[in-house]
Write a protein that binds this ligand. Sequence first.
Ligand SMILES: NC(=O)c1ccc[n+]([C@@H]2O[C@H](COP(=O)([O-])OP(=O)(O)OC[C@H]3O[C@@H](n4cnc5c(N)ncnc54)[C@H](OP(=O)(O)O)[C@@H]3O)[C@@H](O)[C@H]2O)c1
Length: 278
Amino acid sequence: MSNSNTLVLGATGKTGRRVAARLRLRGTPVRAASRSSETRFDWSDPGSWDAALRDIAAAYVVAPFVPGPAHEFVARAEAAGVRRLVLLSGRGADTWGDSAFGLDMRSAEEAVRGSSLEWTVLRPSNFAQNFDEDVFHAPLVAGELALPAGPVPEPFIDIDDVADAAAKVLAEPGKHAGRVYELTGPRAITFGEAVELISRASGKPMTYKQISPAEYTATLVEAGLSEEDAHHVAEMFVLMERWLLAVTTDDLATLLGRAPRTFEDYVVRAAAAGAWPR
Ligand SMILES: NC(=O)c1ccc[n+]([C@@H]2O[C@H](COP(=O)([O-])OP(=O)(O)OC[C@H]3O[C@@H](n4cnc5c(N)ncnc54)[C@H](OP(=O)(O)O)[C@@H]3O)[C@@H](O)[C@H]2O)c1
């Protein structure tokens, strides 16, 4: 097979759409897939997988939100002649122990790392863009972010760096086989400091409030999550308290040959784009 088609799962999501844009820019044929993408791909409908995998050389894989389906997906990818998989996982996934957090990502890692294909795993820290494109955005717009995070800092990573890393790995067959990259931002800051920086750059008064994991779980349930899902999300903050995820790494700089983008750089760009109106 001599095709260079790249399948991008989660193609409408925060990382997938950035990865797809980078690949297209460099002339790589991209098949963008998700439930609402041009190529329909649904983790809960295995009947949608084979068409997405046809004539694909490499795939960027965003894990399904439940453990399990990635194993069958990898078997189908092998059968379809896919050669390489690049999986998005999470920082320190092998240190999460018996935590209920990230069972989905850990199951996908097991499937990808156990495959006969060339694989690479990307394990980024919490995304900076969670503050303007995801779960922390609405509370900030309302003026207060309340989370079960205290003095333990987090090396937030800019998703544009995650996408740069994924695009580079996808562009270099053979160079990153069997590698696990722990990707972090250049400096760890607390959630309180993050909110302070966002408030200053946007000119909008915002506060950060530390609450307990139980209070946070209750907030998430009120917002519509199941008890189980809410507990799993809150568990991430319990993991952070162990300090294991707070340490920065050099993996991104080694991979890209440049320093990671700073949180301040992210905040200025997002504020200028109107992410947090006054
Ligand atoms: N947020 C963080 O700080 C962070 C840090 C490290 C790792 N991660 C991991 O990153 C992953 C999420 O990646 P992301 O932030 O790029 O995505 P995202 O912004 O959360 O978007 C989710 C993507 O998955 C697609 N999707 C949702 N349900 C699907 C289904 N049943 N079948 C197929 N596709 C489905 C969505 O598109 P459709 O709606 O069109 O299907 C969308 O493209 C998760 O595994 C998360 O654990 C996140």
